[in-house]
Design a protein around this ligand. Structure first.
Ligand code: GLV
Ligand code: MN
Ligand code: MN
Length: 406
């Protein structure tokens, strides 16, 4: 087993669910312990570590011309409930391994190379994805962040302070020329590289995500005594909305429209009680912004119709509705050349999943390096990329960083 695989295995134990599943939610003890583990490894090789007000962690290898904009790489280590051990983590620990490799060559970069651990790419705790990179790019302002609440009703600010992050939220946003370029290594999370028997994917586009929160209020009551004609069942309205979510995505003109009701809760959750309330979180994305926005509009329209028909009160919150990202052509070319130079087979591809690079790309020339995911599986405990596949990703990243930072 190579070093990074061992480190990923150790990291996977910082989890609130049993191995091999991984659950690592923002600002929990597991998240904090995993961050400490990462910081320790960075300091071991002499990187200068800085942690911002929300826990975005920067580990800098100073270049010979530190006044120049740095080259960034990195990803996230938070993990959604009952997921796997490679999503995000390969980009963080792979970035570290790439720096170690470059250091072993006695190479010294001209531009500083900075490894970033982004806070909460996953939307688990505050429903919004890419929290860290969203704030770095100014797409989530401190005022908006202060309004975020978790499922238990705790405010973002109280929770981050309790986790030990006390700095000024205004300092999270990066200035315009902070990075000369940003390159994120990540698992593909889909089947295309494996299917085509390719080593490396270079990302030229990232699909546009959006998230809707739908709250329904009907009328509760006795499951035996309230007869069917007079019911206002919020649970059934939610179920109908869930069906509409699937249908709208399937009927879209774009084959890249995908929509998922990943959270659907009802209250009071008693077998002999009519659901009075329902809560849905809906994820809707597309590579094409027109068809994504059309699907969103159709869905809002259907929710209104369903609720009207069933006499249900409802609210819809569009939590985020992001544009797709276009990667930097030159950087895509540089990464592709690096992979090919190492003898790896490559393809330029779109990322259907979102990543912190979605927000980095709004500010800096950005691309991503993908490695294959076994059976295209991700967000599941059986997510897997082999040591050899990870190594090829690390080598490609190292060579790209070297090229861009020299
Ligand atoms: C990232 O985890 C995504 O949901 O695309
Ligand atoms: Mn993920
Ligand atoms: Mn990820």
């Amino acid at each position: 087993m190579n070093r990074i695989h061992q480190e990923l295995d150790t990291l996977a134990r910082f989890s609130s669910s049993e191995f091999p599943s991984v659950t690592r939610v923002l600002y929990t003890q597991e998240d904090l312990d995993a961050r400490d583990y990462f910081i320790g490894l960075c300091e071991e090789i002499g990187l200068k570590v800085r942690v911002d007000a929300i826990g975005n962690t920067y580990a800098r290898w100073e270049g010979t011309a530190p006044e120049l904009a740095a080259v960034g790489t990195g990803s996230h280590i938070d993990a959604i409930p009952l997921s796997g051990q490679y999503d995000g983590t390969v980009g963080v620990f792979g970035g570290l391994e790439a720096i170690r490799y470059l250091k072993s060559l006695d190479y010294k970069p001209k531009r500083s190379i900075e490894l970033v651990l982004f806070t909460a790419e996953e939307p688990t705790r505050f429903a919004i994805g890419c929290l860290g990179s969203r704030m770095m790019s100014g797409q989530l302002t401190p005022e908006q962040a202060l309004k975020l609440k978790d499922k238990e009703g705790g405010f973002f600010n109280d929770i981050r302070e309790a986790a030990g992050f006390n700095g000024d939220l205004n300092d999270v946003k990066l200035f315009e020329d902070y990075y000369h370029a940003f390159i994120e290594l990540h698992i593909e999370q889909g089947p295309r590289l494996e299917k085509d028997n390719l080593d490396i994917g270079i990302v030229d586009k990232i699909a546009a995500p959006s998230t809707l929160i739908v709250k329904l209020i009907g009328e509760g009551g006795h499951a035996g005594a309230v007869l069917m004609p007079i019911r206002k069942d919020a649970g059934v309205a939610g179920a109908e909305i869930m069906m509409a979510v699937e249908r709208i995505a399937k009927d879209s003109k774009s084959e890249d429209t995908v929509a998922t009701t990943g959270i659907f809760d009802i209250l009071p959750r008693a077998v002999n009680s009519i659901p009075k309330e329902a809560y849905l979180e809906i994820d809707l994305r597309d590579t094409n912004i027109e068809t994504r926005d059309k699907a969103l509009a159709d869905l809002k329209h259907e929710i209104a119709e369903i609720c009207e028909k069933r006499h249900i009160k409802y609210s819809i919150e569009l939590l985020n509705c992001d544009p797709p990202a276009t990667c930097d052509e030159n950087l895509v070319h540089t990464a592709e050349k690096a992979a090919k130079g190492l003898g790896y087979s490559t393809k330029v591809m779109t990322s259907h999943a979102y990543h912190d690079s979605l927000f980095m790309a709004q500010m800096f020339p950005t691309t991503m390096i993908f490695i294959p995911s076994k059976d295209g599986v991700s967000h599941r405990p059986d997510e897997y990329s082999s040591p050899e596949e990870i190594d090829k990703g690390v080598q490609t990243l190292a060579l790209t960083l070297k090229e861009v930072a020299s």
